[in-house]
Design a protein around this ligand. Structure first.
Ligand SMILES: Cc1ncc(COP(=O)(O)O)c(C=O)c1O
Length: 274
């Protein structure tokens, strides 16, 4: 039978053995070799490569509609819709890893909604319970093969995590946080564009909603993170060349204005070091 899953270069799907094998970044795999068979990576946003990698062994295509750990790189609409059409044509399952980009972060509840390509399976975690550890998977009609008890873990389905998940989803809906992620995300994005014009060591501002990143020249990402921390702003670096910003969905315009001021001070400090 078919068992192979095609995933993308530069993707990140987790740190269990199977998800390490699905992850398209060799650095996450080396420690755990030999990793499980059955995963094949192709270049992101390259539908032709997906088609060429498909064989009689292929069962599914796994994608982050916005690559998170890889540097906040959104898929193209054509790619996502092309994947959906290819899965329909070849009778494959489309799996959307929404662990980082889901739960409202991109201004839609699931990031695939930005691209109009409905998956058959969705994975969720991170923001799903507002910080309380939880993970979940949704399977639609084409993958509806699970019966209660097929899968479990020691702490799986525990009432505290589930209550936190329900409270989080209710809050996202009641406080209109999808809309907030869109408008405040665009506002923050416009600030990042200005920073990229102002500081020659920053470029490529990008992202959707409250999921943003910029490229950093001269391996300065960590230096900027440290300087920002000194000024009272928490940022995140991905390696030495990318700054990632995935702030809480309740972020306000006033928060962005304050963060803009603090980041400007930190960047000015870094510019002086050049
Ligand atoms: C897209 C994506 N999938 C899955 C995971 C889960 O990773 P882990 O197994 O480390 O919790 C992450 C964590 O960063 C992620 O960003």
């Amino acid at each position: 039978g078919a068992y192979e899953i095609i995933s993308m270069d530069n993707s990140f799907h987790g740190r269990t053995l199977a998800t390490t094998a699905a992850t398209g970044q060799p650095a996450y795999q080396a420690t755990w070799a030999p990793i499980p068979d059955g995963f094949k990576q192709v270049p992101f946003n390259d539908l032709e490569a997906v088609k060429q990698a498909t064989s009689e062994k292929t069962i599914a295509i796994l994608v982050e509609p916005v690559q998170g750990e890889g540097g906040i790189w959104p898929a193209s609409k054509e790619f996502m819709q092309g994947l959906r059409a290819w899965c329909d044509e070849q009778n494959l399952l489309l799996i959307s890893d929404e662990v980082q980009a889901g739960m409202g972060r991109t201004g839609k509840f699931f990031s695939w909604e930005n691209f109009g390509a409905r998956p058959d399976i969705i994975t969720m975690a991170k923001g799903l319970a507002g910080g309380v550890p939880i993970g979940a998977m949704l399977a639609g009609p084409r993958a509806d093969i699970f019966a209660p008890g097929d899968h479990g873990t020691t702490f799986g389905g525990n009432p505290i995590a589930c209550a936190a998940g329900i409270a989080t989803i209710s809050t996202i809906i009641e406080q209109n946080l999808l809309e907030n992620a869109r408008t405040i995300g665009d506002y923050w994005g416009s600030k990042l564009e200005v920073f990229c014009e102002q500081y020659d060591f920053l470029d490529s501002p990008r992202g959707i909603g409250l999921m943003r990143a910029v490229n950093v020249k001269n391996d300065l990402a960590f230096v900027i993170v440290e300087k920002a921390r000194e000024h009272g702003l928490l940022l995140n670096n991905l390696g030495t060349k990318t700054l990632r910003m995935i702030p809480p969905l309740i972020l306000t315009k006033a928060d962005v204005d304050e963060a803009t001021e603090l980041l400007d001070q930190a960047l000015a400090d870094v510019a002086k070091l050049q």
